[in-house]
Structure formats: structure tokens, C-alpha cells
Design a protein around this ligand. Structure first.
Ligand code: ADP
Ligand code: MG
Length: 293
């Protein structure tokens, strides 16, 4: 490939809202056959809102929301932002939290009024020997079957409630997936969220293959495994938890609306956070390279 032709491709990329780290990046996109997409913030807007608070039998829903809002105040996660925003709308003050700890890909924990409180995936609650009641589990299952995310909350040895948050699919994601297929690329969704919520979102945008419940540090291993199967992988993501996988992929594409860490780890940045730009980038690189052959 001649440098001039590649520079032309780079310039055209900028017009399409694609920032390319260096002209050589276009060459590595040519053989891509698989596009792995993160869910939250990539396929969806990433702006969640609280839809429901379900208190366990005999528990006070107000206290569940107050404790959850207080504990999540220290977390940057979209789930946390939704919960704290709702709690602040409802209560003028939230209790103090001590010894806050974030457990990446699982949830958060901390001390409130002498209670050790934990919020997150059912797996995290189980690690704390907190078991969801049948009624809470039913609420979780119902929410997840609709593509919503449900997190549990508990303290003092008991599961106390479930908080349901939901995010919306970006209006452009479905069209982007259709374009991936037209380009002969296989789309796969990769997420830390639970399997049924992930499948429901994937179905809304036309993705059939879903790898869910993957811890942040394990996303990179999923990319390596696909590469070991002979696939040439593009990965699209936005979060801190996607950075290692973006760097490992044959082509890393970051949402411009995402975190700096994700952008730094990537070869391309999709300025507007529109997944269709990922298809544009792959199409552009193929076209650029075929004109210079
Ligand atoms: P994704 O890959 O979709 O961006 P993450 O790896 O960030 O998801 O999170 C995976 C799961 O861990 C979430 O769906 C949620 O169940 C749980 N989780 C992570 N952070 C928090 C938090 N601050 N509060 C509650 N649950 C959380
Ligand atoms: Mg994300």
C-alpha cells in the first residue's frame, strides 16, 4: 500500500467521524471476519434509569433504596449512577458510607450505620452467603427476560431486595449489525451482564451469538480464544473493563463517548459513539486497500 493512498483513507475516515491512530491501522482491518461488541455503552446508550425496587417480604423498600443510593454514590458504574440519582430524587439526605469497596464486574460493598451492605450480581451476594428469596429471584428472572438488569442488595446475612435498572438500545445499533452481516462479518456480543438480559438485548439488534457473565479481566481471554480458533477479531467497546480486550483484538474500536482508557487502547475511535461507524471503518479500509492494489 502506498502511503498516499492510506493517507487519503485516513482523511475520509475523519469525515465519517472515525479517528484513525495511524495509516497502518487500515491494513489490519482488511482480514477482520468477526466483530465482538460490548453491550453497555456500545450497543446501548449506557445511560440507565431505575425502573423498580422490590423489597423482600417484611423489608422496607424506602430503606433498600436509601442504602443502595448511599453505597452506589461512590461508584462510576452506569447501574450505580441510576440508583443514586433515583435515591437523591426521593430523599434529601443519604446515610454516610465507610469502607467502600468496588468489586469489578460484580458490585460494591461498604458499611452503613453499622451494617455491612453489599449490592451486585447474585453471584456476589452468594459469596457473602446472602441468598435471594424465591420471590426476589422471581423478580430478577422477570426483569432479565425483558433485557433489564437486576442487582441484589443485602446486609446482616440477609438478602433485602432487588433493584431493576434498564438501559436503551441505541437507535443505530440494529442497522449497524445488519451492515456487519452485509460485509460478511459475524457479530458477537460480549458482556459482564447476565445471560438472559444480554440475550434479550442482542435479539433486539439481531445478534445471535452472546458471551455473557464475563468478568472484566476475562474479556481479553475471550478475544484470545476466538483468535486461537483462527478468527480475525475486531472489538468495539467503551469501558475501562474493555481496554485489555480492545488492545488484544486485531482491530480495537473505541466509542468516542466512552472512557479515555478504552480510547487509548484502541486503533480507531468512533467519534459519535455510533456503531454504524464501525461498519464504515471496515468498508473504508477495504475500499482504500483495493484502490491501491
Ligand atoms: P458490561 O460488560 O455490560 O459493561 P460490567 O462488567 O461493568 O458490565 O458489570 C457486570 C455486572 O456486574 C453488572 O451487570 C452488575 O450486575 C454487576 N455490577 C458491576 N458494578 C456494579 C455496581 N456498581 N453496582 C451493582 N452491580 C454492579
Ligand atoms: Mg461497556
Amino acid at each position: 500500500a502506498t502511503p498516499t493512498a492510506l493517507m487519503v483513507g485516513t482523511g475520509r475516515g475523519a469525515q465519517l467521524g472515525i479517528l484513525i491512530k495511524g495509516p497502518e491501522v487500515l491494513e489490519s482491518t482488511r482480514r477482520v471476519d468477526t466483530v465482538v461488541v460490548d453491550k453497555t455503552g456500545t450497543v446501548t446508550t449506557g445511560t440507565m434509569s431505575l425502573h423498580d425496587v422490590i423489597a423482600a417480604d417484611g423489608q422496607d423498600g424506602e430503606q433498600v433504596l436509601r442504602f443502595a443510593g448511599a453505597l452506589e454514590d461512590a461508584s462510576e458504574h452506569p447501574i450505580a449512577r441510576a440508583i443514586t440519582r433515583a435515591a437523591r430524587d426521593r430523599f434529601t439526605t443519604l446515610p454516610e458510607v465507610e469502607q467502600f469497596t468496588n468489586i469489578a464486574g460484580l458490585g460494591v460493598q461498604g458499611m452503613i450505620d453499622g451494617h455491612a451492605v453489599v449490592i451486585g450480581r447474585a453471584k456476589l451476594l452468594r459469596d457473602w452467603s446472602l441468598h435471594l428469596t424465591t420471590e426476589l429471584q422471581r423478580a430478577v428472572d422477570a426483569a432479565e427476560s425483558e433485557g433489564k438488569t437486576a442487582v441484589g442488595i443485602g446486609w446482616d446475612g440477609q438478602a433485602r431486595g432487588v433493584l431493576v435498572v434498564a438501559d436503551t438500545v441505541k437507535p443505530t445499533s440494529r442497522e449497524a449489525v445488519a451492515q456487519f452481516r452485509e460485509l460478511g462479518l459475524t457479530p458477537i456480543m460480549l458482556t459482564g451482564d447476565n445471560n438472559s438480559a444480554a440475550r434479550a438485548i442482542a435479539a433486539q439488534v439481531g445478534i445471535g451469538e452472546v458471551i455473557a457473565e464475563v468478568l472484566p479481566q476475562d474479556k481479553v481471554d475471550v478475544i484470545k480464544r476466538l483468535q486461537a480458533e483462527g478468527k480475525v477479531v475486531a472489538m468495539v467497546g467503551d469501558g475501562v473493563n474493555d481496554a485489555a480486550a480492545l488492545a488484544q483484538a486485531d482491530l480495537g474500536l473505541a466509542m468516542g463517548t466512552g472512557t479515555d482508557v478504552a480510547i487509548e487502547a484502541s486503533d480507531l475511535t468512533l467519534v459519535r459513539g455510533d456503531l454504524r461507524a464501525a461498519a464504515d471503518a471496515i468498508r473504508l479500509s477495504r475500499r482504500t486497500l483495493s484502490t491501491i492494489k
